[in-house]
Design a protein around this ligand. Structure first.
Ligand SMILES: Nc1nc2c(ncn2[C@@H]2O[C@H](COP(=O)(O)OP(=O)(O)OP(=O)(O)O)[C@@H](O)[C@H]2O)c(=O)[nH]1
Ligand SMILES: [Mg+2]
Ligand SMILES: [Zn+2]
Length: 314
């Protein structure tokens, strides 16, 4: 490889040793050597999709195509991670620096699971990502009233909510306009319709993703591979495999409350600064739940997630 100047870009996809870097409108195939120090966690030592990188540009000797060597990775503004099912504390960063994460659920088939949505909102907040709640398959919800009223509590917390259908096309324009010029991904339970929505937003993209997805026993394609796809409207969009278990990483019993936006007006008024809003006397959050200023269901989600979290180390 002929060594030349350093250039910058971000990683679109990783295939084995090849890291495809988007630099302006050009894709450069880069390699990496060794490990990097990226986040504060030692688990974050390898580049992931979405990382801003600097690379030394050259030309691969045998093929003549533009190639490069990644020499540094920029700080991660946000991360999207997954936890292993066996070891809940361990996590793997799937991608970095996303502007938005679309939390795709379905009104029916599978049924709308608000407790799972709450877990995913915590994950988004924890990774410093801006979530947009997306309820798909609205064509299966005759009046739409039930879904609409279930979303009221989330709208009040200033989360973006889009009711959509990959079948009849409602909400698609709204999703497309949110994605314009931004880097985003879709995440949510398997079968909620993430890949189908992608196909509506950018015709043909679902087929490209389908080609690398796995065929399940049920005879349908399940997304297994992850990368950011350039959109014709500008912007980059990633599709993720459906979620079976959604772990929460890097949170403790003492920090979880900060991931619940609806607790914000009350958290600072608790008697103890280290309040976990569960058993403590003088808890302003619990009082707010009692006065119906905070939704009982949201508080139940909170307690459920809290159970599995460790205490903050002294
Ligand atoms: N009625 C209805 N069906 C839909 C809609 N969107 C998707 N589907 C169907 O739901 C099934 C699952 O859709 P996918 O797009 O594969 O779901 P996914 O979220 O990508 O699933 P995973 O890749 O397994 O995570 C398919 O049979 C789709 O045809 C919709 O808006 N309405
Ligand atoms: Mg899919
Ligand atoms: Zn409290």
């Amino acid at each position: 490889m002929n060594r030349t100047a350093i250039s910058g870009g971000f990683i679109l996809r990783i295939k084995g040793p090849d890291h495809y870097v988007m630099d302006g409108g050009e894709e450069i195939r880069c390699s990496v050597r060794g490990r990097f120090r990226i986040g504060k966690n030692p688990a974050e030592s390898m580049p992931v999709v979405g990382d801003d990188v600097e690379y030394r540009r050259g030309t691969a000797e045998n093929t003549g195509v533009a190639a490069g060597l990644i020499v540094s990775i920029g700080p991660r503004k946000s991360i999207f991670a997954r936890t292993g099912s066996s070891e809940k504390r361990r996590y793997k960063v799937l991608c970095a620096n996303l502007d938005l994460v679309f939390l795709v659920h379905s009104a029916r088939d599978p049924v709308l699971n608000l407790r799972l949505l709450d877990r995913m909102l915590v994950a988004a907040e924890s990774g410093r990502m801006e979530p947009v709640i997306c309820v798909n398959k609205m064509d299966l919800d005759a009046s739409g009233e039930e879904t609409d009223s279930a979303m009221e509590v989330y709208r009040k917390m200033s989360y973006g909510v889009v009711l959509c259908s990959a079948r009849d096309g409602r909400g698609i324009d709204e999703l497309a306009s949110l994605m314009k010029g931004r880097r985003s991904i879709m995440s949510g339970p398997s079968g909620a319709g993430k890949t189908s929505l992608l196909g509506m937003i950018e015709p043909g993209l679902d087929a490209r993703i389908g080609a690398v997805s796995e065929r399940t026993g049920k005879g349908r394609h399940t997304t297994t591979h992850f990368e950011l796809h350039p959109l014709r409207c500008g912007g980059f969009l990633g599709d993720t495999p459906g979620i079976r278990e959604f772990g929460i990483w890097e949170q403790s019993k003492q920090t979880l409350g900060a991931c619940f936006r609806d607790f914000d007006p009350w958290r600072s008024q608790c008697r103890f600064a280290s309040c976990t809003h569960s058993h403590e006397p003088g808890c302003a959050v619990k009082e707010a739940v009692g006065e119906r200023l905070v939704s009982k269901e949201r508080y139940e989600s909170y307690l459920k997630i809290l159970q599995d979290l460790p205490d903050l180390p002294e």
